[in-house]
Design a protein around this ligand. Structure first.
Ligand SMILES: [Zn+2]
Length: 540
């Protein structure tokens, strides 16, 4: 490649990058890197090639690589600008990302943020009510749940505390939604048509070697969601504003099977919600970039159960060894890794490996999480792993049952919601603010709900330690935790207020959601074209 042979190509890339970073004007960008905008303007116009000094300033401020700026090599782009992990995905996403940048430009999110988050007495009253509920009762409830941890699908005490509180505030409760004992749906009794505001709350603790613990602070998500839901329900009823409030209690976020939210979504529990909000603990106040993606690759959970025939250790030829089968299976998986793209992450454990050394094991079970950056190629990886299991069974004379029991896939995140929520969190005094957007992702872990219903996850700093630690558990009861949870509740109430009271905002959210959803479809189609498997002829 001739370095910067064409200034106008570099210029277009600069415009695209600036917009992706969320700066509508050149001036907004140059303020960030500390140069005059008239010095920068020729670079975007294409009349001069961007100078090395300015390119370095952009790199230092945003992490945008010189490879990208000068050569268009997307491999060096920071996460916020690029949900695509592999070169193949980046190629497939190129046109889609261009269209997404145009969509975001048309929406003019910075103007929406400015319009909504300015002074509003009504909104401030609703947010203040959410804070009052936190201060008076709900922080105490969060402490209570934090100190009585229950793991996924066993959250009986936690859900009864939350539903009791909702009942006292004029919500009706439907327990055991979608056949899950600790799921619930709580509807405000004075619900009054559209728009329907949905609030997802979680309450499961982590499984630890010392017992259950709230090292991910799901203990506070219920109280945060309740504060926002109740503050909004009171506002709608008092002012006779059209709208409905529904709280969804979703169990077992930290475990599958089952994927509680996917099960509930397939049972149509979330149908009718126009927006869904949720909070989650974080070591920094942050928001995702717009687009589609997930935190930790796309995942398929798969269980492989081998059956053999028992016999005495001394006469193994009279039986069939299911342990040998599962060991062979792990060997086969390692053998096929070389035929799979290197970004795949395949790891399994043996849950059952037999009962006694003098009896040939007739039943073994392995549990795998199979991960890949996108779900299209992930299907091919899963096929390889399934075939590795079938081959092991064939080689050992055993049988295998394969159960793909769960999946967490890319979700959709929206700037119209995330940027407004982020501004509110800052306005309400959030600490540890990260100015740069994180990688795009949905507001819930399965991706299933966020693909169908627009929403936002709020993450104000609520700990100084990383997720899933005893230190984060301890922060549940400290000032940093209480502060973060209260900010989440206030910001959640404020976003719901804007959504309920402004038709223009609802239209902007819908436009962005519909646009990104369609582009996500285009991206999947593009990926299907590149991931064709080779033709393997019959042996002659
Ligand atoms: Zn969590």
């Amino acid at each position: 490649m001739r370095l910067g042979a064409n200034h106008s190509v570099i210029a277009r890339r600069l415009v695209q990058t600036r917009l992706a970073l969320g700066y509508k004007t050149q001036r907004a960008l140059t303020d960030q890197i500390g140069i005059w905008s008239h010095l920068y303007n020729p670079f975007e116009r294409g009349s001069r090639r961007i100078s090395l000094g300015v390119a370095l300033l952009i790199y230092e401020r945003f992490g945008v690589s010189l490879d990208w700026i000068y050569c268009g090599d997307a491999a060096g782009l920071p996460a916020a600008l690029c949900a695509q992990d592999t070169q193949t995905e980046k190629e497939a996403a190129r046109d889609v990302l261009k269209k997404m940048a145009a969509l975001e430009q048309a929406l003019d999110v910075p103007a929406i943020v400015a319009r909504l988050t300015g002074p509003s007495a009504d909104r401030d009253r609703v947010a203040a009510r959410a804070k009052e509920l936190m201060d008076k009762e709900l922080l105490a409830l969060a402490d209570d749940i934090a100190t009585h941890p229950e793991i996924g699908f066993e959250e009986k005490r936690s859900t009864s505390k939350l539903t009791d509180y909702l009942r006292q505030h004029n919500f009706s409760i439907e327990a055991g939604s979608a056949g899950l004992a600790t799921a619930f749906v709580a509807k405000f009794r004075q619900n009054n048509g559209a728009p329907t505001l949905g609030v997802i709350v979680e309450y499961d603790a982590l499984r630890g070697t010392k017992g259950a613990f709230h090292g991910d602070q799901h203990s506070a998500q219920g109280p945060v969601g309740l504060a926002a839901a109740i503050a909004m329900s009171e506002y709608l009823a008092r002012t006779k504003t059209p709208g409905s409030v529904i709280v969804y209690g979703t169990p077992g976020e930290e475990m599958m099977p089952p994927n509680a939210k996917t099960v509930m979504h397939e049972a149509r529990v979330f149908d009718g919600a126009d927006i869904i909000v949720r909070s989650h603990s974080s070591i920094q106040t942050s928001r995702p970039a717009h687009g589609f993606g997930s935190c930790c690759l796309n995942i398929i959970g798969a269980k492989y159960t081998f059956s053999g025939a028992p016999t005495h250790q001394m006469t193994p030829w009279n039986g069939r060894n299911a342990l040998q089968a599962v060991i062979q299976f792990f060997g086969n998986v390692d053998a096929v890794r070389m035929s799979i793209r290197p970004e795949a992450r395949i790891q399994g454990v043996i849950l059952e490996g037999g009962a006694a050394p003098n009896v040939v094991p007739d039943r073994t079970v392995a549990d795998f999480y199979i991960r890949y950056p996108d779900e299209v190629y992930l299907q091919q990886v899963v096929e390889f792993v399934d075939n590795a299991a079938k081959a092991a069974a064939l080689a050992t004379g055993t049988k295998v049952k394969i159960d793909h029991y769960g999946k967490d896939l890319d979700g959709i995140g929206l700037a119209t919601l995330a940027e407004v929520g982020f501004q509110y969190m800052k306005n309400f005094g959030a600490t540890g603010v990260n100015p740069d957007p994180a990688k795009p992702q949905g507001y819930e872990e399965t991706g299933s709900v966020s693909r169908d219903i627009p929403g936002i996850g709020l993450s104000a700093q609520s700990s100084t330690f990383s997720n899933h630690t005893y230190e984060m558990d301890a922060d549940n009861l400290k000032e940093v935790g209480h502060k973060g949870f209260t900010v989440d509740a206030q910001a959640m109430a404020a976003v719901l207020f804007d959504f309920a009271t402004r038709a223009d905002y609802r239209a902007a959210v819908k436009k962005e959601f519909d646009g990104i959803k369609a582009l996500f479809g285009e991206y999947q189609t593009a990926l299907k074209k590149v991931y064709t498997a080779p033709t393997v002829p019959d042996p002659r």
